[in-house]
Design a protein around this ligand. Structure first.
Ligand SMILES: [Zn+2]
Length: 192
């Protein structure tokens, strides 16, 4: 079997990287992001002028196409290739690393949108509350545990608000109910 016929190279994006809805048109499949999310995430917007030093791409760039584009000054092309990599990857951790590199190329909004799309759990710090969003928000045990911390459900944002002083208990609950999930918090992404 030749390299091109290997199963791994046949992976195509079938769901939007950001909202996870099915991709229906050819452009969206190629990019890995649907039309609405492309618009909202600043996919087509100009990147910021500052390019942060990017880390060696390694496994994020198996065919060195990203590096080739960077070497020729094609930032947009490099960002597209990384987006495509993230969309095809079935490893959330690698996809998250690709998203971080997209941000380093100056596509900060897109990077953030992709990370939030990839994450199963999101955490936002407000003044005295931590806002936490999990996929199984209707899980009765999870709701019970959050209630016991003095937290409450915000039906508008579909997230829980937990007092900051209960952060240790929240972390314990995340470890118990969402171990191994990709999470995004104020300092970036991490695996619970
Ligand atoms: Zn989408």
């Amino acid at each position: 079997m030749s390299y091109m016929n290997a199963p791994a190279t046949k992976l195509v994006a079938t769901a939007c990287l950001i909202c996870r809805r099915p991709l229906v048109d050819a452009t969206s499949v190629e990019v890995g992001i649907g039309p609405v999310c492309r618009e909202r995430s600043g996919f087509s917007a100009e990147p910021s002028s500052t390019v942060q030093r990017y880390q060696p791409l390694g496994v994020l760039d198996p065919d060195r196409s990203v590096q080739a584009r960077l070497d020729s000054g094609n930032r947009r092309g490099a960002a597209n290739a990384l987006t495509n990599f993230a969309a095809r990857s079935n490893e959330p951790e690698l996809a998250a690393k690709a998203a971080v590199q997209i941000g380093r190329l100056g596509y900060v909004r897109l990077s953030r949108a992709v990370l939030e799309g990839l994450a199963d759990v999101t955490l936002h710090q407000h003044d005295d509350m931590i806002e936490v969003k999990v996929p199984s928000r209707h899980n009765k045990r999870w709701v019970w545990v959050i209630d016991r911390m003095g937290g409450r459900f915000n039906s508008k944002t579909k997230s829980h608000l937990v007092p900051t002083k209960a952060r240790r208990r929240l972390w314990g609950a995340l470890k118990k109910f969402h171990k191994g999930s990709l999470a995004i918090g104020p300092k970036g992404w991490f695996i619970i």
